[in-house]
Design a protein around this ligand. Structure first.
Ligand code: SF4
Ligand code: SF4
Length: 382
């Protein structure tokens, strides 16, 4: 059973947040992960422009300082997104990261956007999964000597929640890999927003888009997607500048979660001893930081978890959220009882445990965990 260390977000003058955070890192013992001279990828998300609940860069600084103390060479990294937004190419991604506060002067580490300018750079890694025999992973994950996942634990519209597994799996997948993980989902065109520019028509690698003039329309043609020809790669979503193409999440979210977990295993395939994860279970919004807004949290702030096991840390984080009191003034809409499936409640009953079940199945980690509370006032203090 893997250990998951935990400090609550409660604080006062004797037990300051930073004091507790340092205690957490001391117990996590990154000296087992980081050797002198190691290039250490601190995998995080810089948040979308307009989102205000992404991980605070000051939290990253503490991890950076610890890696530097151990003689490692930390860098902050994330790959470009599949969809349009402020992080779909490395240039825009870097600007968004700096605007959101992740500059060197704040975090103490440089940013290396992974996967090349447009996200087409990757190397193929073998993985023993049910969906993939190999995965297309960004070189920055493979070339780093050690990986530390620093994730904001929150909801997600297709995975139920996003924690360490999503941070690693979706986050280290190259653009082509992200497409393969999303292949169960298909885009649809909002005809009212389509201005007929035909970018999606020109860009679609499968020629699944045609430009048609609807009988009732007097003006321009609009895009029409042939579902049978579409592979769900998402290229058209990125291409469209009017936001007319959205992803239909009618595919099985469990399959996407399983694929994402297999990508996490691929990213860590040679780093079982050179990996650690930290989950911040605070500002637990119903949706991901990839959105350009932040809704109210669905539970009160909970705390910070840390582990060497990416499945255990997410398993523990999910349990902590479900055991917490739900906030009525949130997407939950009613005060949720402890043990309520909070993410299922806000995402049409999505089973968010699919990623945990699959992670254990492919031997990436264990669902069972030993939660070790490091709060001074807790009898479980280590
Ligand atoms: S890229 Fe967007 S606006 Fe242009 S044709 Fe396609 S759906 Fe319409
Ligand atoms: S998702 Fe890919 S295959 Fe499908 S219509 Fe868009 S670009 Fe074409």
């Amino acid at each position: 059973m893997s250990k998951v260390f935990f400090v609550s977000s409660r604080a006062d003058s004797r037990e300051r947040n930073l004091t507790k955070y340092h205690r957490l890192l001391k117990n996590l013992d990154l000296s087992q992960v980081v050797d002198e001279g190691d290039l250490v990828a601190i995998k995080t998300s810089f948040g979308e422009r307009g989102n205000f609940t992404y991980l605070r860069p000051q939290y990253i600084r503490v991890v950076v300082d610890e890696v530097l103390r151990l003689g490692g060479k930390p860098f902050l990294t994330d790959a470009n997104t599949l969809y349009a937004g402020g992080r779909w190419n490395s240039r825009d991604h870097m600007i968004t990261a700096i605007e959101n506060g992740f500059g060197y002067e704040v975090t103490g580490a440089p940013i290396v956007i992974a996967g090349g300018l447009l996200g087409f750079d990757y190397r193929t890694v073998p993985v023993q999964g049910e969906h993939f025999g190999e995965a297309k992973v960004v070189p920055e994950a493979l070339d780093a000597d050690a990986i530390i996942s620093v994730a904001h634990f929150k909801g997600h519209m297709i995975c139920g929640f996003g924690g360490a597994l999503k941070n690693l799996g979706m986050g280290f997948g190259a653009r082509a890999g992200k497409q393969m993980m999303h292949s169960d989902v298909h885009p649809t065109v909002d005809t009212a927003k389509c201005d007929g520019c035909a970018r999606c028509y020109k860009w679609c690698p499968e020629k699944a888009v045609s430009m048609v003039r609807p009988p009732e329309a007097e003006g321009h043609k609009i895009a029409l997607i042939d579902d049978d020809a579409c592979i769900g790669c998402g290229e058209c979503v990125v291409t469209c500048f009017t936001d007319a193409i959205g992803i239909s999440w009618e595919g099985d979210p469990a399959i996407v979660q399983q694929k994402m977990t297999e990508y996490a295993a691929a990213a860590l395939h040679d780093k079982s001893e050179k990996f650690a994860a930290i989950n911040f279970i605070i500002d637990v919004t119903p949706d991901c930081d990839c959105l350009g807004w932040s809704d109210n949290a669905i539970v009160p702030n909970i705390g910070i978890a840390a582990s060497r096991d990416p499945v255990s840390i997410d398993s523990a984080s999910l349990d902590l959220v479900n055991q917490a009191r739900g906030i009525a003034e949130s997407a939950l809409e009613t005060a949720g009882a402890a043990s309520q499936d909070k993410f299922g409640a806000v995402h049409n009953g999505i089973d968010a445990t699919a990623q945990l079940v699959h992670g254990e199945k492919i031997e990436l980690g264990e669902r069972a965990y030993e939660l070790i509370s490091l709060d001074k006032n807790d009898p479980g203090e280590a």
